[in-house]
Design a binder for this molecule. Structure first.
Ligand SMILES: Cc1cc2nc3c(=O)[nH]c(=O)nc-3n(C[C@H](O)[C@H](O)[C@H](O)COP(=O)(O)O)c2cc1C
Length: 358
């Protein structure tokens, strides 16, 4: 394995943005918005993690149109009114030395469900406040869901435009990084995978056709997102299902996205179909980040059951990824980076108000 000079607390520069270390808060839906608006919950939740020393705090999957929400409580960025409350949060996070990022998303056929803590996140029918999801093909995620409406070509163009409009709003709000949500069985992933995309037009069939939507979204966002600011994409590097999207496909996709200005590939997996056989274990998705990094030269992010400072540091030192993204560990410990610095003998940089504790 490659040994590099980099470690968990080395800064990383991407385009004009410097990340103070390699630790990112992975995007995490809070299902706590009303009509897509960020509120005090988001300020405290995201703000605490910026105070805790994360280099990058990524705002949760943010719907680029209302029907692209997973639940009615999802955060969104589909109208200009969403900008104001976000700008306040971004301002705070940046004031704490974190890079403020936002994940732009469309849930596709996995839209219109209850929040996870109600009815187990079951499908939310139209007569109970839900809506009809849209997808590449009229194939439901679960047999119990209403089949989604297949998108027409003009509707696809409309969604591409919605991603660009959302990116413009993110810029106005002061965000410094965007992550395209191309993972977990949501709309972009649904176009990529042959299991959910049965179209016979230029958006389905061949690899070239199935990747067209992801490419158009990337181009549209890069068209409005300044060259000085980083663009990430999260992918499901594998569907973990026979006949589905594979890590080989991911490598090919990344090679198409690099010239379009994607800077970092956040390597997750799964979520496309409920019956995938996944055996999560510490660092189980790191090999995806490692392979994509090695074979494409793209910067990568590793995510999934990364919970220990030494484990995280090893991933960076061994050149397996350029950043690590932590989700649940950050829910347990908003100050993970400060604690990790202590454990690894790196210099922790707590806010002045907290200096006496670290
Ligand atoms: C509460 C919660 C909400 C999540 N929401 C999102 C999301 O908005 N976007 C996304 O790409 N992944 C989401 N995820 C997945 C995480 O970002 C992460 O990839 C996954 O939890 C594995 O990392 P971990 O083992 O550190 O938790 C969510 C995970 C959790 C626990």
């Amino acid at each position: 394995m490659e040994q590099s000079e980099s470690h968990l607390f080395s800064p990383l520069r991407i385009r004009g943005v410097v990340f103070r270390n390699r630790i990112a808060v992975s995007p995490m839906c809070q299902y706590s918005s009303d009509d897509g608006f960020a509120n005090d919950w988001h300020l405290v939740h995201l703000g605490s993690r910026a105070v805790g020393g994360a280099a990058l705090v990524m705002v949760e999957a943010s719907a680029v149109e209302a029907r692209g929400r997973i639940t009615p409580g999802d955060h969104g960025i589909w109208k200009d009114e969403h900008i104001g409350p976000l700008a306040r949060i971004v301002d705070f996070m940046r004031g704490q030395g974190a890079v403020a990022g936002i994940q732009l998303a469309h849930a596709g056929r996995k839209a219109s469900t209850h929040v996870p803590w109600e009815k187990g996140g079951a499908f939310l029918p139209e007569n109970e406040g839900g809506w009809r999801p849209v997808a590449p093909s009229p194939l439901p995620f679960r047999d119990t869901d209403a089949p989604p409406l297949a998108l027409s070509k003009s509707e696809i163009s409309g969604i591409v435009e919605a991603f660009a409009a959302a990116a413009r709003r993110a810029l106005t709000a002061g965000f410094q990084a965007i992550e395209i949500h191309g993972a977990h069985g949501y709309l972009i992933n649904e176009f990529l995978s042959p299991l959910s995309n049965h179209r016979s037009d230029e958006y389905g069939g061949s690899f070239e056709n199935r990747t067209r939507f992801a490419i158009e979204v990337t181009e549209a966002i890069r068209g409005v997102w300044p060259g000085s600011l980083p663009l990430f994409i999260r992918i499901s590097a594998s569907d973990w299902v026979e006949g589905g999207w594979t890590i080989d496909d991911s490598v090919k996709l990344v090679r198409l996205l690099q010239p379009l200005g994607v800077d970092l590939v956040d390597c997750s997996s799964g979520g496309l179909v409920p019956h995938a056989k996944i055996q999560p274990a510490p660092g189980y998705q790191v090999p995806f980040a490692e392979r994509i990094r090695r074979e494409t030269g793209a910067l990568t992010g590793a995510v999934g059951m990364i919970t220990e400072p030494r484990q995280a540091d090893g991933i960076i030192r061994e050149g397996r990824a350029d950043i690590v993204l932590l989700a649940r560990e950050f829910l347990r410990d908003p100050y993970f980076p400060l604690h990790a610095a202590g454990e690894l003998g790196a210099e922790a940089a707590p806010p002045v108000q907290y200096k006496r504790a670290f």
